[in-house]
Ligand binder design. Sequence first.
Ligand code: ZN
Length: 650
Amino acid sequence: MERQDSRVKIGELLIQEGYLTERQLKEAILRQQQEQTECTAYQPLGEICVKLKFITRMDLEHILRKHKKRIQLGDLLTNTGLLTCEQVNEVLELQKMQGQRFGKIVIDLGYISEADLINSLSTQLGIPKIVPSAGIVDPSILKGISKTFLTKNECLPVSRDGDIVTVIMSDPLSDEKIYTLENVLKCKVEPAIASPDEIMKGIKLIYDELGMVQAQPDLKATKSAYRSLVITETPTGEHFEENIVKVANYIITNAISEGATDIHIEPLENMLRVRYRIDGILRHKTDLPLHMASALSSRIKAVSGMDVTDKRKHQDGRLGARVMNKAFDLRISAYASLSGEAITIRILPKQSILMDIDMIGLSPRNLTIFKNMLKIPSGTVMVTGPSGCGKTTTLYAALHFLNDREKKIITVEDPIEYTLAGIIQGQINEKSGLTYKTCIKSILRQDPDIIMVGEIRDKDSAEAVIETCLTGHKVLTSFHTEDTIGALLRLLDIGIETFLISSTVMSVLSQRLVRTLCPYCRTEYTPSEEVLAAFDSISPINVDRFNFTTATGCLECNNTGYKGRTAISEILVLNNDVRDAILSRTSSGNIRHIARKSAQLISMREDGFFKATQGLTTLEEIVRLVPYHETDAMTPYSADDIVSLLQMAE
Ligand SMILES: [Zn+2]
């Protein structure tokens, strides 16, 4: 059995620390008993004290973190609402009989999952959650420690800071194990957490396959303005420095191999957190010991051309990297935060994949309309949405579609993200006076047929686009607005005359990127009434007629249930009725109403619904990302209509 003599109840701790008086504690316990008889849900004592306003939630979190080694696991799990009191008592009984770890029994009984237990210990107690990977562990501290010892104790030392060693443990609350480790390592132990399976895998990999110490790839600093990640040199110097180089390389290559678009390295109160953005969602990858923070940020700053000595200034840098034989451009930003430098790394593939217009995710109907709009020789076609919604990909796909020997196509972009053969591409440079406005002026003297203006940013660029259309050119552009009608109203807002908008804008496409379901593990399900209610412009919905699927999670998708993304879109075609509505400066709700009645505008939500009926994504994912328009419910389509309309290639 574990030694738990030094552990105390949360109530006693709150009194000891002066957060609570004896009288308040009595009142809280009384309230707890009352609540338990009134309703069946168990309320942990800490939670009750917060409810009674005796302490704040922050106080509670603070005390849990501060006394992490003195709090019983059962107490923690009840205070965070993961276990009921009855369950804890049952586990304690079993523990007395079997002598197993509390955590193991709870998981075996199926009360909580291993992932939940680890996350709860990590977030509630501030115990770092470190991935036991060869890329993070400093092999020099493993010298003289046997594999058998680590396997038996389910632990793996990560790195040393003076006389403190951070050790990944399956049971970081065990005083006994920490005591044993401190004796063997001859230093203080700062526990981190990972699952027993992960730790075993890590130990096996490090001892068997890598043979303890192995030369690792290097981020080599060079003097040139543009730096390159060279993965050939073996680092030299002190163990710690060597290991930091290895850790930096590991994070970057691992993030790229997992398909991340951004890496976030964030110093917290007592650990360094590493998260990746994958398919638009931030995922917690690992924590690192806080003592690595300064060296790691210095390393990344050095290789990306920033001033390493200045830790108080916000800085930007760039770095080229080659991983898995592909070239990447890394944009690095260091933000001097209160608790140290926060580093974010944006990962841009050097040669982004040019998408065919048929592949960007437009439903058959929207694809037909979009192609028709592009073929009209004049007027502007706008693509709108927030940043990161795939506007650029759509614009490039459109240019690729229009690109033939009989048309002259010129672009002005910021920056050029993809080079297209047969197209003249230019980039703005505001410092040397090359704005969208001046560039468009020069482009017009080049006798173009089609012009692509990267983005409408302000009144100047908006006016330049409109004037170009008035001279009979075709202009493709993007605009940072929420939806299709929003783009028209935004043009009005920045001072473009209504008659200019209605005579030059042909169509507006608005889009979002939603995650697509993992094809290996998606399962059929019936959506809840609640989620269906968010699609109130679709009525009736005969749920039984469609095969809705939901996210499950498997090895293929990192247990997220999703893999990759697709575009959800709505496309507004400006017909006479819509033009009249703009001229009369009516409300956006009214314009939508008119567009739905006269041009069968199908909203992004409805397009998303269609894609959910095809098993591509989930209704929940659509609700999370796609705006809601209450006026759309005034002109409903039936679910059958939506599906047959969007399926139609016309
Ligand atoms: Zn899956």
